[in-house]
Design a protein around this ligand. Sequence first.
Ligand SMILES: Cc1cc2nc3c(=O)[nH]c(=O)nc-3n(C[C@H](O)[C@H](O)[C@H](O)COP(=O)(O)O)c2cc1C
Length: 169
Amino acid sequence: MKAMIVYSSLTGNTKAVAEAILEIMPEGTELYPVDEAPEPKAYDFIAIGFWADRENADKKAQGYISTIKEKRVALFMTLGAYPDSQHALNTMENAKKLFLDNNNDIMGTFMCQGKVDPRLVQRFNSLPADHPHGMNAERKARLEEAAKHPNETDFKNAQKAFEGILKGR
Ligand SMILES: Cc1cc2nc3c(=O)[nH]c(=O)nc-3n(C[C@H](O)[C@H](O)[C@H](O)COP(=O)(O)O)c2cc1C
């Protein structure tokens, strides 16, 4: 099986998860940032990592995903929101649709929180409290939790998820 991991990562969270997953992938699995990823054609299995942006995979990841056709794939995502939130579920569902549009076979998914770029947090902080993106207690708690991720448990969970995916479960 010729396999590769392709990740899109702005601040390093998704890259760190990609590197953890690589540790349990079959020997010879290749790892690429999305800007350097080869054409998908020659690969049997592709793991794609992206960060959440506007309820979908980030734009760079979307560009690459659109080139993947009729492949076995697995998705992993890092995001600021809680993984069990409706926002997280919607985000993953929207990303999955991009793959299904091109007849890919989705073998599994994984997601975990990832610390949000401090510049964005700064922007939230500077907005009025009644602004839809303004800071409030709930958002503050979520951002503080996100700031602790991805952590060792996330890396282990990502590895477990991909071990299961590789076994075809
Ligand atoms: C411009 C921008 C937009 C974002 N939009 C969302 C979003 O819509 N939903 C969400 O849950 N997280 C959002 N995030 C948080 C990132 O998805 C999260 O921090 C992710 O772990 C970043 O991954 P990276 O370090 O690999 O770039 C956003 C972050 C940035 C910088």
